[in-house]
Design a protein around this ligand. Sequence first.
Ligand code: ATP
Length: 240
Amino acid sequence: MTLGLAMEGLVLDRSVDGGEFVLDQPDLSVPAGASIALLGPSGCGKSTLLDVIALILRPTRLQRLALRGRDGRLVELGHTLRHGSSDQLASWRSGLVGYVMQTGGLLPFATVGENIALPRRILGLKGDAIVQSLARRLGIVDLLNRRPDRLSVGQRQRVAVARALSHQPPLVIADEPTASLDPAIGDVTMDLLLSACQELGSTLIVSTHDHDRARRFGLVPLEFSPANGCSRFQFQAGLT
Ligand SMILES: Nc1ncnc2c1ncn2[C@@H]1O[C@H](COP(=O)(O)OP(=O)(O)OP(=O)(O)O)[C@@H](O)[C@H]1O
């Protein structure tokens, strides 16, 4: 089985900052091209785990984090995530990951179209036909010239999904991407995430509270399981 993601020995300890939360993930492996639903109660660490995988959050300890690139090579990034510069991490992130953040994370001074095209600009990719195509599939073509502060939360969420897909990354991460959407648009959005990733052979990890939608769309569940200690959290190990 070819891996899309391999992680070992992750500890993210917020107690050092006065919190009570510890994410303790000895092992996590996801097959390349798999579509995963990260499930668990509020506060169990879904966003935290996604932020580590997306090279945003530096863990307290980490033995290994490897992500598969578009060229098929598994890139070892554990040392860079612990000790590399922000610029190094941003550079790897832009090529390897598309991230639909829970908060949208759109640039307020750029239009919707510019936001969606931004990951392509960063990578120097030519052609913006995919921006139009994604906008059409998500029903946001009429919004391309607006700024994000003139959008509803649900519209922003769809823009964030389009932006995460526009550079066709090998790993797509989505943090509750349908939380603010009505059921029909939520289904369209989940369908696009899945079909775009399947067309590209990309790995998809979606955090969600919507077990029913995850099941209907055939996402493989990766469930939170209590670890030792009342404030230690962990997700079910490898899916290979
Ligand atoms: N910046 C932060 N500083 C300190 N503690 C934090 C911070 N962000 C989150 N936490 C804590 O870390 C824990 C995990 O939070 P996280 O957001 O990963 O949970 P989640 O499973 O994604 O929750 P939800 O389903 O509500 O989005 C929680 O106990 C939360 O209070």
